[in-house]
Design a binder for this molecule. Structure first.
Ligand SMILES: [Fe+2]
Length: 368
């Protein structure tokens, strides 16, 4: 991806948002308004995520990824739409990716216990965690600790985002209560000599379908599997800015968090609730131009609760927003539709979204 830009993406300090000083709170709110309104992405400092523990977790994840596929296969659970456990390579696809699967394998875990009532309604969105046999040291604790700390940072940011838009502080954070949040570790696969510089990307351009995504930062692995500085400038996270009359395709900007910062991205659910005031961030993960290198990263996906109706909140319900986001959709069914779209759930899952008992009348009429 050649096009880069000197564009400056704001950083928000979470201690500003928690301050009693209205000047500091407004400084944080202004950063969020610009970052989420223009870029759909913000850098976060004073986030409370332990980056040394993250490295330890990546070591544990490496040890799992290094296992033969046959040993990982039992944890690739199509029956729960891969929402927990291992996502094998060549499984997930980006909707805009023309069917090209991403070059990655992943592990999903929920950092908080499931709400039983929600799990009864949407079993595949709230399955129990799946853990490998003889898990590498710190495999479970690592992802659970990471997920919780990213979630806490996300809630603080969501409170700041609500204040930034003149909403009650809990307007977004409250929608997350008992949501199907999930933390994911990702391993982007090494490209072979014939694959590099052919346009293959690690993660095709897409927008996240949840409310808010937290990214703690990743690391490259050299061809021997050791953590190493990036092999070249070709690989990384690029985001596409909002379209403007001068730049109808938006601009591709490298997501390059300042040292010590983590990243938060706007997902589709936050875009819908704000009627497009905040836009879901299109992003792509490009691969390096040298063979044999891989990359580890992690993401925590915060979701609105499955019983939330996805439609612009009252304040954002302009005629245009209503046109753009009608009809209102229940978040749980929205999640199901998206998981079908990206190849994780079977198309038959959509058949459950209407009445399923027409045959009862037929049976009664035939007396069987
Ligand atoms: Fe994403």
């Amino acid at each position: 991806m050649a096009e880069t830009s000197p564009i400056h993406i704001p950083t928000v300090d979470l201690t500003d948002l928690a301050s009693d000083d209205p000047v500091r709170v407004e400084r944080g709110a202004a950063a969020i308004r610009e970052a989420f309104g223009v870029f759909g992405l913000v850098y976060i400092k004073n986030h409370g995520v332990d980056t040394q523990a993250l490295d330890r977790y990546y070591d544990a994840f490496s040890a799992f990824v290094a296992r033969p596929d046959a040993r990982k296969r039992p944890y690739g659970r199509a029956d729960i739409w891969y929402q927990r456990g291992w996502t094998p390579p060549n499984t997930e696809i980006a909707v805009a990716g023309n069917g090209q699967p991403d070059f990655k394998e992943c592990y999903f875990a929920a950092p908080y216990p499931n709400d039983a009532a929600s799990a009864a309604e949407f079993p595949e969105l709230y399955p129990e965690n799946v853990w490998p046999d003889a898990p590498p040291a710190y495999f479970e604790d690592g992802i659970l600790t990471l997920g919780k700390s990213l979630h806490e940072a996300g809630l603080k940011l969501l409170r700041g985002a609500a204040v930034a838009l003149g909403l009650p502080e809990n307007a977004f954070a409250a929608t997350c209560d008992r949501g199907p949040h999930v933390t994911r570790a990702l391993h982007y696969l090494p490209l072979g000599p014939s694959q590099v510089n052919t346009g293959i990307v690690w993660g095709e351009e897409h927008t996240d379908f949840n409310l808010l995504t937290l990214l703690p930062g990743g690391r490259f692995l050299d061809p021997s599997g050791k953590p190493a500085p990036k092999p070249d400038d070709k690989s990384g996270l690029y985001l596409r800015t909002r379209a403007t009359p001068e730049s109808p395709q938006g601009q591709m900007v490298r997501g390059n968090a300042p040292a010590g910062c983590i990243v938060a991205q706007v997902g589709q659910q936050l875009e819908i609730l704000t009627g497009g005031t905040f836009l879901a961030t299109p992003h792509v993960i490009t691969a390096p131009g040298v063979p044999g290198w891989s990359r580890q990263s992690a993401a925590h996906f915060m979701h609105v609760h499955t019983s939330t109706v996805l439609f612009p909140m009252e304040k954002f319900r302009s005629r245009e927003a209503v046109t753009n986001y009608a009809p209102p959709v229940l978040a749980g069914t929205y999640d199901i539709k998206t998981l079908v779209d990206i190849g994780l759930a079977p198309a038959s899952a959509l058949d459950k979204l209407g009445y399923r008992h027409y045959d009862r009348l037929n049976r009664m009429r035939s007396g069987s």
